[in-house]
Design a protein around this ligand. Structure first.
Ligand SMILES: [Ca+2]
Ligand SMILES: [Ca+2]
Ligand SMILES: [Ca+2]
Length: 983
């Protein structure tokens, strides 16, 4: 036990003034409390402990006094500390003995359950008051009875068909029970769950007493609780305060065989208007309202406590005060907020864990600022550090708006009861002055949202959510991932600095800077961030304004906007017409050139193909896709339509790519946002269970032309058959493009679409092809991974496979992360070609023994099929030999082999260069590819002509380097040499 400091001056005064018995208290008396004690004891030793909280509440404690509860014991009631300690010499409430922490329980046991039939039991709770917030069977919380049950359809939500204000609810579903006296639990909107008493019912119309600030909203959900007719599932209970009778559904378990407790005491421990109090090592459970309730106190320290099963807030520092330290505590299973602190200064919240907060709709409180794990309305000097917050009904950590540091917290699984909240959240919709808040190195993931009870399933759980009129926040070094909304969402923000954060796999966007109706977004700084969209349906960034030009949003630079599976148009920029592109996906280039932002920012260093191509399984669907003739296309081939009737197609025969090609161009320039032409190719029936490969070659006289590639309905409603429209970038050098499409539905009349954006320069298309294919899709989770380190020391993670980060740094064995950092790794799985030469008999004599047939095998060893028709290779024979390639051959007998003809692929390749019959270069034909793990085999003939007798030299074959990695991502193994000897 800690010795208390002795204040001699105070002692002298006390000696003069007080009788001896009080003198001992003034020294800082230690009191012991044990469940087998006696309130008639003096309480001053472990052998003479008090027994009850009620006795402790009668003591006049002094600075330095300790009240110690025996570990392993349970004490029922509310511990009220009615005195103050002194600075540096607090009153301490703590534990003694060994074992589990002493329990302060706010509940009483209820016994004598009588069966009333149909699985229901009743018992009277004489000490219960006007409400009950918890019933526990063997310490496990049981559900308040509700209709419909959470296990029913739509997770137990009925639907508001129509309403009048907040007091009349017309149910879409018929109500056959009279629910008057019960409570309607209403999703008034995405982020509010209100409770209102049902005072009248007429058929499907409920009249409510509803004190919420929010009106009802049609098509949102509601259910009914706190009514005896709701009881039909194990554990459901109802309490009638007028009779003090509890009804419990328990079938077939006889509740008399269980320990049933119910919440009766408002608080577990409390202090009002006091100072210098420390709470250590207490376990506070099953309280009617609050586990720990402190009001208008200062210099309060709480360490190593557990607060469990609180009927409303787990811990509430109400009112105002200063110097609060809340360290290394556990708060779990709170019905409403886990931890709330109002206007206090100098507040430290460190090393705490808050779990399972407000997970039952209707058990939390109505209105705003409820269902949160942590909410602080502090004044100044707040530190929120190294906490773990998991599983929260709404916002996990609602931080204060002034002078606060929020760092190194791990926040997961939030918005599990309500939507449109955050992992870290703040709003300033009252537009007060605010600032000097830092959010640093937090790790935030699994922002969920719940679809049930909403009309459209909007989830909107954002990792870091700075909502409405936020100013002066520094967001740095945080990691957010797997949130249903944005990783970081700035909603009407000014002077917010967002630097060096990583956002990955957030379902809507990795980062958003948005407008609100109240506040514009201005003068923000967004630099050095890594925004990686895992899926093609996610955005890397969204910049929206409908009030001011996007160029006033602030400074943006050195960010990564990466969407490796579809990296071209991963941004969305919205600005009202005529100067913007409302809701259209856009490229980083558009953001850079049109608004002058992000000059040094980059997209993904590698493009990941989300599949490997195994084979073609269907016939060619494009007639005349090589555009060899100028007739026929437009009927069997593509036709053009456009937004403003200015798109046209013509035939080009100037060998832009490969002979004739399709010229897509505009007859006039409208400058309308998103103005496009669409080259539609009839491809007839498609099935949603199949994959289709759209291929073409393209070139334009100017660089950076975007072409979207997708499918849509040929006839009304003309809607796309895809969730997202992949885009490719067409430049001044002809390139081959391929996009795999999996239609959303079976359709008899589908179009393949090439969408070209308005420009005064044409785009030329050639070798246009659509075929059904067999592919093996890769799971995006295998292609892209986020690793993070939630520990205070470096952590090394072992990798299987080779990866790159967005800065193109290679990781092959492991990655080491500093504390509270993360990395997004992209699998390095480009196709990798590696050739060899098969020529068993390589000693060349003179004629007639001077001719040899050999094959070059080009193996794909990277596990990824090559793109079509792009591979080039060169085979060279030494001086004194000649080399021949016959493009008509389909088999060859390798000289010195087993005399079995080897099947070769010569017909699939075209000679593109021949230097003196010694150096032959070939290019694979359009439409041909080397599947993953497979090979191409080419047959050649080599003849010794003038090589010297006894000479030794090499035949060499070489796969050309492929900077854009469409057929080879590893040039180390691209050269193979075979020694030949002249005899
Ligand atoms: Ca029920
Ligand atoms: Ca052509
Ligand atoms: Ca290679």
């Amino acid at each position: 036990m800690k010795k208390q400091k002795f204040n001699h001056t105070k002692l002298v005064v006390l000696l003069l003034m007080l009788p001896a018995t009080v003198f001992q208290i003034a020294l800082g008396q230690t009191y012991y409390v044990a469940s087998n004690g006696n309130d008639n004891n003096n309480g001053t030793s472990t052998s003479t402990p008090f027994q009850t909280i009620a006795k402790v509440n009668t003591l006049t404690l002094q600075a330095g006094s300790h009240v110690l509860f025996r570990r392993g014991d349970v004490f029922r009631g509310t511990l009220t500390v009615s005195q103050s300690g002194a600075a540096g010499n607090p009153i301490v409430i703590d534990a003694y003995g060994s074992g589990t922490k002493p329990t302060l329980s706010g509940s009483v046991l209820v016994t004598g359950w009588a069966s009333i039939g149909n699985g229901k039991w009743q018992a009277t709770c004489n000490s219960c008051g006007s409400m009950l917030t918890g019933l526990y069977s063997n310490s496990v919380a049981q559900p308040l009875g509700r209709y419909p049950n959470a296990s029913d359809s739509n997770k137990g939500y009925l639907t508001v068909q129509s309403h009048v204000g907040k007091t009349k609810l017309i149910s879409q579903q018929p109500l056959s029970t009279n629910w008057v006296g019960g409570e309607a639990v209403i999703r008034s909107n995405y982020f509010i769950i209100d409770r209102a008493t049902i005072t009248q019912q007429s058929s499907n119309t409920l009249t409510l007493t509803n004190t919420s600030a929010y009106n009802l909203t049609d098509q949102f959900g509601y259910f009914i609780q706190n009514h005896p007719a709701t009881l039909d599932q194990q554990g459901e209970w109802y309490y009638d305060p007028s009779t003090k009778i509890i009804t419990l559904y328990s079938n077939p378990i006889d509740p008399n065989t269980q320990t049933i407790s119910v919440t009766t005491f408002s608080k577990g421990a409390t202090a009002l208007g006091r100072a210098n109090i420390t709470f250590n090592n207490l376990r506070i459970i099953e309280t009617l309202n609050y586990g720990l309730y402190i009001e208008n106190c200062s210099n309060i320290t709480v360490t190593n406590c557990e607060v469990i099963n609180s009927g409303e807030n787990g811990v509430w520092f109400s009112g105002s005060g200063n110097t609060i330290s809340f360290l290394n505590n556990l708060i779990k299973d709170s019905n409403n907020n886990g931890f709330q602190i109002d206007t206090y200064s100098n507040f430290t919240f460190q090393g705490n864990t808050i779990r399972r907060t407000a997970l039952s709709p209707g058990r939390g409180k109505s209105g705003d600022s409820q269902y949160n794990a942590f909410i602080a309305f502090c004044l100044t000097g707040t530190l929120i550090e190294s906490n773990t917050i998991d599983s929260t009904g709404y916002t996990a950590l609602n931080f204060p708006k002034d002078n606060a540091v929020v760092r190194r917290n791990v926040v997961s699984n939030f918005c599990m009861t309500k939507n449109d909240g955050g992992g870290l959240y703040i709003t300033n919709n009252a537009q007060q002055s605010m600032g000097n808040v830092t959010l640093q190195e937090n790790i935030i993931y699994n922002g969920l949202g719940v679809a049930e009870g909403t009309p459209d399933g909007f989830l909107g759980a954002n990792g870091i959510y700075l909502d409405e009129c936020i100013q002066g926040i520094n967001v740095t070094g945080n990691t957010t991932f797997k949130c249903s909304g944005a990783g970081i969402y700035l909603h009407g923000a000014t002077n917010v600095v967002t630097t060096n954060n990583t956002s990955f796999d957030n379902n809507y966007t990795q980062f958003a800077l948005d407008y609100t109706n109240i506040c514009a977004s201005n003068n923000n700084t967004t630099t050095g961030n890594i925004f990686v969209a895992k899926l093609a349906t996610q955005y890397s960034g969204i910049y929206n304004s409908y009030t001011t030009n996007l160029s006033t949003f602030g400074t943006f630079d050195n960010n990564y906007y990466a969407r490796p599976l579809d990296d071209v148009q991963s941004l969305r920029l919205s600005y009202p017409p005529p100067n913007g592109n409302l809701f259209d996906p856009q490229s980083l280039l558009e953001w850079q050139t049109k608004y002058g932002k992000d000059a040094n920012s980059k997209t993904s260093p590698i493009t990941l193909k989300g599949y490997t191509l195994n084979s073609y399984t269907g016939a060619e669907r494009v007639v005349g896709g090589d555009f060899t003739t100028g007739t026929g296309f437009g009927s069997g081939g593509p036709f053009v339509f456009s937004d403003f009737n200015n798109g046209q197609e013509t035939w080009d025969n100037t060998n832009r790519i490969n002979g004739g090609s399709l010229n897509l161009n505009f007859t006039s320039i409208t400058n309308n946002p998103g103005a496009s032409l669409y080259a539609g190719q009839v491809i007839n029936a498609v099935q949603k269970s199949k994959y289709y490969l759209i291929q073409f070659d393209a070139v334009s006289p100017i660089p950076n032309r975007l072409v979207q590639v997708y499918m849509q309905h040929q006839f009304a409603p003309f809607v796309p058959l895809v969730d997202s429209r992949p885009a490719v970038v067409v430049g001044t050098t002809p390139r081959h493009y391929e996009i795999v499409v999996k239609p959303l539905e079976d359709l008899a009349n589908a179009l393949a679409i090439l969408r070209v954006f308005e420009n005064n320069q044409p785009i030329y298309i050639d070798n246009f092809s659509v075929r059904e294919v067999d592919i093996t899709p890769f799971s995006p989770d295998d292609l892209m991974k986020l690793y993070y380190n939630p520990n205070a020391r470096d952590t090394t993670i072992t990798l299987s496979g080779t990866y790159r980060d967005v800065k193109n740094q290679l990781y092959s064995q492991q990655v080491t992360l500093s504390p509270f950092t993360s990395v997004v790794l992209l699998r390095d799985i480009s196709p990798d070609l590696s050739p060899n030469i098969s020529l068993p008999q390589s000693n060349f004599s003179t004629a007639p023994n001077n001719v040899r047939n050999f094959v070059v095998n080009i193996f794909e060893v990277g596990g990824q099929s090559t793109s079509n028709g792009t591979i080039t290779m060169t085979t060279v024979v030494p001086t004194g030999y000649t080399l021949a390639f016959n493009g008509a051959l389909t088999s060859i007998v390798v000289t010195g082999g087993d005399n079995t003809p080897v099947t070769i692929d010569n017909t699939k390749w075209t000679l593109i260069n021949n230097v003196a019959n010694q150096q032959i270069s070939l290019r694979m034909n359009a439409g041909q590819f080397i599947p993953a793990g497979s090979k191409a085999t080419l047959g050649f003939t080599v003849t010794r002509t003038s090589a010297n007798s006894g000479s030794v030299s090499s035949i060499t074959t070489n796969i050309s380097n492929d900077a854009i990695r469409t057929y080879d991502g590893n040039s180390v193994n691209n050269v193979y040499s075979r020694i030949v000897s002249g005899l």
